[in-house]
Design a protein around this ligand. Structure first.
Ligand SMILES: Nc1ncnc2c1ncn2[C@@H]1O[C@H](COP(=O)(O)OP(=O)(O)OP(=O)(O)O)[C@@H](O)[C@H]1O
Ligand SMILES: [Mg+2]
Length: 251
């Protein structure tokens, strides 16, 4: 069974960056093909990976709705969806990318989430690792798009407030009784050493601080210029420090 690695945290903390660098690491270790899932309706993981996804689940679902009347005889709705999902996976040499996209119009993403959950169940057997890039906030946890998570990394910036917010995510995981094997806190964009006040709040959060990453000019520059994060050199300080702890995250 494949190992599933997911992230959570407030907006802009570095979840997608973490996902991209985790994928870079897995590829460097030959743990391929890596299954990359962009579960953020406002998807950016493809850019970080340098993969242009031609379609996404949301778009395919719209098409499916339009063409419902013409489902081939003998094919169930689920089988058709499954086939379309397969078509949504963008395959490259080492990484297969699935972009969830968004549902058109108002309302909740329930149907899309059901599809994603089923698809993940189906697909996970064929990949050693699945890395899910989540949207900001906590809603995706309540939606339970994955049945189990091997490693959940809560990404937070360096402040007491951010550490408290991370603690609330941890609480929610408990309350929802999510099947999460390991949980970590990753501090990102830390100016120098983490402040004692922040470390104390992390103690309260119940999460294990796995690493404190500094603000990284090279990474910020690459991202600003639209260069894929995975193309950063292995000597990049953020990648280098992450690579030191990723063996524990990926298990
Ligand atoms: N260690 C770092 N040093 C400098 N800049 C960083 C660092 N980590 C992330 N960034 C930058 O911060 C911004 C937000 O990062 P990212 O997109 O990974 O966050 P996110 O949590 O996925 O955001 P969202 O919630 O919007 O999906 C990006 O411009 C990224 O390049
Ligand atoms: Mg993101």
């Amino acid at each position: 069974m494949s190992k599933l690695i997911a992230s959570a945290g407030k907006g802009g903390t570095g979840k997608s960056t973490l996902a991209a660098l985790t994928i870079k690491y897995l590829v460097s270790q030959g743990k391929t093909p890596v299954f990359a899932v962009d579960a953020d309706p406002n998807y950016t993981l493809g850019d970080a990976l340098g993969i242009a996804a031609e379609t996404n689940i949301g778009l395919l679902r719209e098409e499916f709705m339009d063409e419902r009347a013409t489902i081939p005889a003998g094919m169930s709705k689920n089988a058709l969806l499954e086939r379309q999902m397969q078509a949504a996976v963008q395959e490259t040499k080492d990484i297969d990318l699935l972009v969830m996209g968004r549902q058109e119009g108002p309302g909740c993403y329930c149907a899309l989430n059901d599809v994603l959950r089923n698809f993940l169940d189906m697909a996970t057997g064929s990949y050693p690792y699945v890395v899910v890039d989540n949207e900001a906030g906590m809603e995706h946890l309540s939606r339970r798009t994955t049945r189990r998570i091997d490693s959940l990394v809560v990404v937070a910036e360096h402040s007491v407030k951010a550490a408290r917010a991370a603690g609330r995510i941890n609480q929610l995981v408990d309350e929802l009784k999510l099947d999460v094997d390991r949980r970590f806190l990753l501090l990102n964009k830390v100016p120098g050493e983490p402040a004692p006040e922040v470390l104390a709040e992390i103690e309260n959060s119940g999460l294990e601080l796995i690493q404190a990453l500094p603000y990284d000019e090279e990474l910020a520059r690459a991202d600003a210029e639209g260069r894929p994060i995975v193309e950063l050199p292995a000597s990049n300080p953020t990648y280098d420090s992450l690579a030191g702890v990723l063996p524990r995250i990926v298990g």
